[in-house]
Design a protein around this ligand. Structure first.
Ligand code: SF4
Length: 438
């Protein structure tokens, strides 16, 4: 069997650079003109309230438009684009619409006759992904003939990298996303993510590395102008090369290692042939994890502020969807409440697995911890934020009740929180907003 070809190019010119990387990966001729093509960009997050860093977070509209244009030039007419962006209010349908308008997707509909769907407004279908595990996938992508997968070149605080395989998590429903953050060590997040590619039609992956992100996947990471595009008709090979460019061997990325084992793919990349730019010469280490103190009980920025009397143990892989969206805002609120005197031995616990420490005043955030611990008579003093999604005003109440007087400014205005992270990019000409407009 021949090797999987992965093209790597420097992104220099609209349309031509995407054309070049697709040609290096084998071209579009595996698509027939009558095929139904589904394009999956990455819009991991969106805010309607403020300008926020999109670099290395969201697929550039440049790459999305160039891909659509090339497909149309080739003669494909049936093109659907879809994404399922998680927002804190499950009933919110406006935020993703705002993203589609801002990113120019509605203009693409008019200009090229494509259809843009919001995954959470479409039907889902239960799919068996092996080993007795099922996930509910969007039917549009399942029933397409070809998928064009457009992830961003970025790291991920839980999954190490978020590339082609991980991008497909945006096509499953909320119930399945929560299921992926499983507490079973044998079938954890990494296992689930590795199974996402199981039942898709043929897939061309084009990793958008115009910007890359260290400590991704969100706006609180550190974006870099990287100017690369990586493409392959084999999603795992594209991800192996993408991971290598971010500084990781496939073995260091648990979901890629799981997938390699499941599909009998060599971890040493001996079945991959790269063409175009030399991978070694463009690889540059991107850290994926947020720094914590030695015993993982407090993020380093809070330690450096001298904060004491509180522990906020590091997120684990069971922390999911809504709770992940809140973590940065809760920690920032705590940091801003610090006045220099030690707090009364409080701990804030998250995810599905954390256990309270005897002698500490515990706050447990989320329905999962409430359900797992509500019957424990020893936890009568624990403060639970009982819901999923956890309610921001109940988090404020719990912290205040524990002696940490936080101001509600951030948690009650979550839409505005991402604006904090714009400062480091302002007046830096490398970070162009125009990449996200059509
Ligand atoms: S409470 Fe948090 S960890 Fe539990 S399912 Fe909801 S979002 Fe996930």
């Amino acid at each position: 069997m021949g090797k999987h070809v992965v093209g790597v190019v420097r992104c220099t010119t609209p349309v031509d650079s995407v054309r070049e990387v697709i040609e290096l990966a084998g071209g579009l001729n595996r698509i027939s003109k009558s095929d139904r093509v589904f394009i999956k960009p990455n819009i991991v997050f969106w805010s309607r309230g403020v300008a926020f860093p999109k670099w290395g977070v969201i697929t550039t509209s440049r790459v999305v438009e160039d891909t659509v244009r090339l497909l149309k030039e080739y003669g494909v007419n049936d093109i659907t684009l879809g994404e399922g962006t998680v927002v804190l209010d499950p009933k919110d349908r406006e935020t993703q619409e705002d993203a589609y308008r801002y990113l120019g997707y509605r203009s693409l509909e008019k200009q090229y006759g494509i259809k843009c769907v919001k995954v959470f407004e479409r039907p889902f279908e239960k799919v068996d992904v092996g080993d007795g595990v099922t996930l509910n996938f969007n039917t549009d992508i399942l029933n397409s003939d070809v998928v064009i997968n457009l992830p961003v070149l970025k790291t991920h605080a839980q999954a190490v990298v978020s590339l082609g395989v991980k991008n497909l998590k945006g096509t499953i429903d909320i119930k399945s996303r929560k299921k992926c953050h499983n507490v079973d060590g044998d079938k954890d997040l990494h296992f689930y993510v590795s199974r996402l590619i199981q039942k898709f039609p043929r897939m061309l992956t084009v990793i958008d590395g115009i910007y890359s992100n260290e400590r991704g996947p969100g706006f609180d990471g550190k974006a870099r102008r990287t100017n690369l595009l990586i493409a392959s008709w084999d999603v795992l090979s594209a991800d192996f090369v993408g991971a290598k460019i971010l500084g990781y061997t496939p073995k260091q990325v648990p979901h890629l290692a799981h997938a390699a084992q499941f599909y009998s793919k060599p971890l040493d990349m001996s079945d991959i042939q790269t063409t175009g730019v030399d991978v070694e010469s463009v690889a540059s280490f991107h850290d994926y994890t947020f720094p914590y103190n030695e015993d993982n009980t407090l993020p380093m920025p809070l330690v450096k502020m001298g904060i004491s009397g509180i522990s906020y143990p590091k997120y684990d892989t069971s922390l999911c969807t809504y709770c992940s969206l809140l973590t940065g805002a809760v920690l920032t609120s705590i940091a801003m409440a610090w006045k220099g005197s030690s707090w009364p031995n409080v701990e804030v616990l998250t995810g599905k697995l954390m256990k309270p420490t005897p002698g500490k005043k515990s706050i447990m955030i989320g329905k999962c911890l409430f359900e797992a611990n509500k019957k424990n008579p020893e936890l009568k003093d624990t403060i639970f934020v009982k819901t999923c999604p956890p309610s921001p005003d109940k988090i404020i109440e719990a912290l205040n009740q524990s002696g940490i007087e936080i101001k509600p400014d951030i948690l009650m205005n979550l839409d505005k929180f991402p604006a904090f992270f714009m400062k480091k990019y302002v007046n830096n000409p490398e970070f162009e907003e125009s990449f996200f407009q059509i």
